[in-house]
Design a protein around this ligand. Structure first.
Ligand code: ZN
Ligand code: ZN
Length: 151
């Protein structure tokens, strides 16, 4: 339990620092969004963020506006699922590098990790491209399919 609280504290400190660097304040609304995303453990649509929020004062317009600003500050990331609504999650630099399973029916996204050997092979591929003079920013690996609800 104590460990979880520690992670929470670190998360909020990190978020506050990023926002400050971008000239923004870590307001109650922004904190509420970060908290919902941290607790969800999977990417959420903004409608879901509104559904799971504990702060009843958090209005829809506020969630929409603040999520854009959190993306700008590098605290959260917007994932286009190719379907209806975009999903949001905490930035990779906060929750760690991972990959996505994307449901082609409902657009739901689930996080997953690949084995260390596979991740290393991909990094070796990146290194090859760098050796060819390309500038590499990283990689994404999405798996498409249907989620349990849709299949
Ligand atoms: Zn689905
Ligand atoms: Zn993710």
């Amino acid at each position: 339990m104590a460990k979880e609280n520690k992670i929470d504290e670190d998360l909020h400190l990190l978020a506050a620092r990023r926002l400050r660097a971008a000239g923004m304040r870590y307001s109650k609304s922004r904190k509420a969004i970060v908290e919902v995303l941290a607790n969800a453990g999977r990417p959420l649509t903004l409608d879901e963020v509104l559904l799971f929020k504990s702060d009843s004062n958090l209005a829809q317009s506020s969630v929409y506006r603040n999520s854009t600003e959190l993306v700008e500050a590098g605290v959260i990331k917007c994932l286009a699922s190719g379907k209806d609504h975009n999903r949001f999650e905490l930035d990779d630099s906060i929750i760690g590098h991972h990959h996505h399973f994307v449901c082609s029916d409902c657009g739901d996204i689930e996080d997953f990790h690949v084995s260390e050997p596979l991740e290393k092979e991909i990094l070796a591929l990146e290194a090859e491209l760098i050796n060819k003079g390309l500038s590499v920013q990283g990689h994404t690996l999405d798996i498409q399919g249907r989620c349990k609800q849709c299949s």
